[in-house]
Design a protein around this ligand. Structure first.
Ligand SMILES: Cc1cc2nc3c(=O)[nH]c(=O)nc-3n(C[C@H](O)[C@H](O)[C@H](O)COP(=O)(O)O)c2cc1C
Length: 415
């Protein structure tokens, strides 16, 4: 084992999440500062967009200081220079667009698709989930128009964070007070842990090469960088899975929401750690490039140049993927990788053989005969063979970045 520590399990639901915080012209806007700070405290990245009337309630300077980036409130940032704020870019930036507080006026604008300010434009161009925390006076809230607007938005998939009952700024008592910032942050955290497609699922991802010692400093290895496995682990974690990443020696940072990383060096260590935790997992994506052979009698000392043998006895390493396939129980999903160097037809035949032999549900095949595919690139070109109820389906993909390939692979997973 390396001396690198394993990362500890910790709540990471908001870590690295991008939250676009929209603020509208309600008296509750002062609470948005506390909310922004709460998100930052929980590890999220926050950008703020405000309506022109929100600026009457709380200054952009306060929010910009809290979140560490400029606040957007106008289509044109600097009218003299002709600079403008790209609302489409804003709408695409976030993992979640949260409008808190959301006034009755903005609620109505969202329902009608009005685009008269930057916050509304960002709503129309957002591709991420949207949540709103309404805040208004009791009678405004219970008004049929408001209730109908809330129902319409809810039916369109917008998450509504119910307002609370209590003393209102108008002096009245009743429902309409924006939920407290800490509770809104809890709601968002829960959203990221519970509502995502792989929430509650445990996934094991293996990545990188293994190294098999010849002596104290030399080893047999391969050119795997680990990038493909790390992208897959990151993607699964982004979609809510509890990911354990077992990695060979690589020079990569653990993706932010991966729950646990275990560093290994040899094929034996990979086998031991993987087999140990596989029974607790819902799925395993075995992306590591494991050495098939290792020197039978490695030296614990560094051999001098003159003492190096002309030939070396090798022995098989344990076959982790085969063992995972043997152990697999009903409901577990097992994905393997095959790096081939033959013609596409031969490679496919070989990958299909591996899928069957190792009892896999899916195999991701790439071949060295495709430019830009394989180990030492940031791109990959894969063909995926999926086995469902004994029938194989083949999916052929174009050359893409490994991040995009990871999305294609993860899109095909059902467990
Ligand atoms: C002191 C004060 C407090 C207000 N509070 C609210 C509120 O809590 N909810 C609301 O819907 N409107 C409230 N309004 C009215 C909105 O500011 C007004 O409808 C404005 O046009 C909203 O614009 P916006 O949604 O684009 O920010 C308040 C107005 C004032 C002057």
């Amino acid at each position: 084992m390396t001396g690198r520590p394993e990362t500890q399990d910790q709540p990471k639901a908001l870590l690295g999440r991008r939250i676009l915080l929209g603020i509208t012209g309600s008296i509750a806007a002062y609470k948005s500062a506390v909310l922004a700070r709460e998100f930052i405290k929980r590890g999220a990245e926050v950008r703020v967009v405000m309506t022109p009337s929100a600026i009457e309630f709380i200054t952009p300077l306060t929010l910009a200081t809290l979140v560490g980036s400029p606040v957007h409130s106008d289509f044109t940032e600097n009218k003299d220079s002709g600079e403008w704020t790209n609302h489409v870019e804003l709408g695409l930036w976030g993992d979640l667009y949260l409008v808190a507080p959301c006034t009755a006026a903005t609620l109505s604008a969202f329902v009608n698709g009005t685009c008269s300010n930057l916050l509304q434009a960002a709503f129309l161009s957002s591709r991420c989930p949207v949540a709103i925390a309404p805040a208004m006076d009791l009678d405004m809230y219970t008004n049929k128009a408001t209730q109908a607007n809330l129902k319409t938005l809810s039916e369109r998939g917008v998450q509504i964070i119910e307002p609370q009952s209590g003393a209102l700024a108008s002096g009245l008592e009743g429902k309409g007070r924006m939920e407290e910032p800490e509770e809104i942050a809890n709601f968002v955290e829960k959203y990221f842990t519970k509502e995502l497609p792989f929430a509650g699922k445990k996934v094991l991802v293996t990545a990188g090469p293994t190294e098999e010692a010849i002596d104290a400093v030399r080893f047999l290895g391969n050119r795997s960088t680990g990038k493909m496995g790390f992208e897959i682990a990151g993607r699964l974690a982004d979609l809510g899975a509890e990911v354990t990443l077992i990695s060979g020696p690589v020079n990569l940072t653990t993706p932010p929401r991966v729950t646990k990383r275990i560093d290994i060096v040899t094929a034996q260590e990979l086998y031991d750690r993987t087999v140990d935790i596989w029974p607790q997992m819902n799925a395993a994506i075995a992306c590591a490039a494991v050495a098939d052979m290792r020197p039978s009698t490695p030296s614990t000392e560094k051999l001098h140049k003159g003492d190096l043998p002309d030939s070396m006895r090798l022995e098989n390493t344990p076959d982790t993927l085969l063992e995972l396939g043997n152990m697999k129980t009903h409901g577990q999903l097992l994905v393997g990788f095959a790096l081939e160097s033959d013609t596409v037809e031969e490679s496919l035949k070989s990958a299909e053989g591996k899928l069957k032999r190792k009892n896999l549900d899916m195999i991701v095949m790439n071949t060295l005969s495709d430019d830009g595919a394989g180990f030492s690139h940031d791109t990959n070109k894969v063909t995926i063979i999926q086995n469902v109820d004994g029938h194989n389906t083949t999916h052929v993909f174009e050359l893409k970045s490994k991040r995009e390939v990871a999305k294609d692979i993860v899109n095909l997973l059902t467990f």
